[in-house]
Structures are given as structure tokens and as C-alpha cells.
Design a protein around this ligand. Sequence first.
Ligand SMILES: [Zn+2]
Length: 306
Amino acid sequence: MSQGAHVFAGGGLDRESERRRDPAWVEARLADPTSRFLALWHLQILVRSGEASGLAWATSALRELADREADAVLLGTNGGTAHFALDLSPLADPLAALGLEGAAEFADLRAIAPRLPAQEAGIAAQARSLVDWHARHRFCAACGERTEARQGATLRFCRDCKSEHFPRTDPVAIALVTRGERCLLGRQAGWPARMFSSLAGFVEPGETLEEAVRREVMEESGVRVGRVRYHSSQPWPFPSSLMLGCLAEAESEEIRIDAGEIEEARWFERETVRRALAAPDPARDALLLPPPLAIAHHLVRAWAES
Ligand SMILES: [Zn+2]
């Protein structure tokens, strides 16, 4: 799969990792009337209301509404125009404050993403992850003092102990495990009835991606995995994961699930999976797969159509 094909991939802004080190350059972009600001409110994204969904960009005037301590987060530039994200969570009713009632709304990114242009979904993912990270990292993990945003709020700095803190991305191994004409899918309690997906878990410190796949699949299903091939990756901004999609070959078949992790795991025939991909089947026992928003959908499709 080519890069940019997953939802939340392909934001495409130039992150300006050199120029953002210059406070004067950042200040000039913040004051520039052509710069664009994306408002977030409790991690919801401001989008235009109506049929043609899109991000509702504001000018730097948005900063006058925000809390004085809210740092505009530099997302990058596009054709020379700077793009920032700004957290309006302290406001009780930001739509009224913006005068945008009826014209725009704050939307849950997971719900709205499939209707956004691909590049905007990617930019919104970057904005959501960064705004969430800032909200949780106001204090230094080394000494406990208050930290301050630096370099266009692309990092936080502790004046007290001089530590720099960088936004984190958490790698998640997600694998479609196959054996001949069958693939292994699992489901968690609380998912829609009949929905199954590929197995996934966080990569732990000191582990390769391949080792994480083998460990997770063994823990969740009791199935032993041999060869692991990387397929593609997807930013997953809930809050800050990077899904690392793999195709993995099983070396055993017996399933022993860990009930603490998943509710059920099962082998599915390739033909069953193909039917589930082709059209949702109302039959009571038919398989349901995750929607195209999820990388799991594309891993299953890659195998089913190979
Ligand atoms: Zn410190």
C-alpha cells in the first residue's frame, strides 16, 4: 500500500524543523494575517457544518479568544502559509464566542475523519495528538516543575532542570495472522456483534516489531507466529499511536484466548472474509470487519485479495 492511503496519513505539511528553532520566525508566523489556525475544544476539531465537510480554519484573531496560557501549536507550512492548532477547552461555549453557531461545529475526529479530505484528516490527526500531549505534559517528568512550550510548541522545556520533553508517539503492532486459506481474527467485549479484527498491542521497550507481533498473538490467542512482514503504517491520534501493520504467518493453529485481553479469537476462511469485504451481510452469523478508517481493514483486504 502506498504511503498516504490510510486515513490520518498524508497531512503533508512541512514541519519546518529548522526554522521553528528561531523564536522570531515563529512569532512572525503567529502574527501573520495569512497564517491559519485550527481550533480544538476538548480534543474535538472545528469543522464546517453541512454537506461538504472540511476543517474550519481561522485567522490569528482566534488567539485573542484563547486562554493566555494556551500555546498555538505549529503544525507546519504549506506553500509558505503557516498552520497552527489552538486549544480552546477553557471556553464554556467557543462556538458562540467565535460567532460560528450554525456555520461550524466541534466534531469527534474518529467520526468525522471519513468525510474529511485526506490531507485535512492527516492535519487534524497531528493537531489532536499534539494538543492532547501538551495538556498532559504541563509539568516536568524529571523534577516536577512547570514546563513551557518551545519551538512553536513542538516541544516543552523545563527552565528548572533544563530538560527538554518531546511529544511521544506510541508504536502499536497490529498483525493479520494467516495460515494457508485461513486468517486469525479476534474480538473484544463491547464491540458490535459479529465484529472481528486483527490482533494488536503496544510494542514494549526493548522489543522489535516482529517480537511484539509474536508476543501479542501468543498472549491473546495462544497461536505461535513465525515469519512477520511489515505492510504499512497509520497514525492513530487516540491519543498518539502509530499503528504498524504486519502480515504474519502462523506456525500453530490451536486457540487459547486470554480472556483479559479479548473475548474470542477464531480462524476465518478466506472466502468468508472476501464476502464480508464485498458487502455487509445481514445474516445473523455473518462476519463484520472494521471499516476502511482502520488499518485492520486494509490488512485483511491485502490478504483476502492476494
Ligand atoms: Zn525539570
